[in-house]
Write a protein that binds this ligand. Sequence first.
Ligand code: BTN
Length: 266
Amino acid sequence: MSSENFQSLSEALPTSAVGKTLFHFETVDSTNQWLRDRSEALPHGSVAIADFQSAGRGRLGRQWVTPPGAALLHSILLKPNWPLIQASWLTMIAGIVVVDAIKTLYDFDVKLKWPNDVVALQDQALHKIGGILVETTVNQARLAEAVIGIGLNVNISAGDLPTTQGLPASSLLLLTGQQHPRTAVAYETLSRIERAFEHSAKGNSPLEAWRDKLITLGEKVTVVSQIDRAEREGRAIDVDEWGRLIIEDQQGRRQAVAAGDVSLRF
Ligand code: BTN
């Protein structure tokens, strides 16, 4: 895919559901919210893409703001009907897919900072180039609906980079020195999401593949828990089947952190 025509993208996708119903907006409040508001009426695999979001959301209740037309802002509606225990699989799948999509297209290393910050090395420092927000709806103890929202800084120049919590931001433009069609990136993410989703729908856990992409493991970290705002220091030693980060402190005590902010202390 080489143009910015998102309807052609939909036609070109080698998928059976993901992206076959696709909405492209110049401006929308949030692509996640737009799909959530219409989730009952829309089919599994529907996609919303926007050039600009007036109320883009990040993790932990943060805003997600990017300049018009320069970021790939896309969300995918899935109707898994999986047991609740597999909710974390969607976060894992999303992270794996984004990393693999970028690696296929570009020649730089990209990783995940737990849980799902998309990061790359620039001038010997980690920079955030994208983020993932998964929002789920539960019905009768099953995972009825999920919206996977992915924001990637594609053609954002240095002066327009968003301010991010923790890491400095960067973009594909700054990492590669050239502009890229957002459709090319979306083609990779959307086709991979369908394959990964169907693989996991057969009961295959994405944990191993996700773990391999986490730059956080083995590092000293400070974690601010989203649940009790407590700060914990230690070494990130693993992630578990629920996607929690396992921290070990100096006394060898282990704790599992379900959601929060992690700073790496290199
Ligand atoms: C993060 O905090 O790192 C997650 C950011 C997720 C942003 C994307 S952009 C497309 C989708 N729509 C939203 O409102 N948020 C997600």
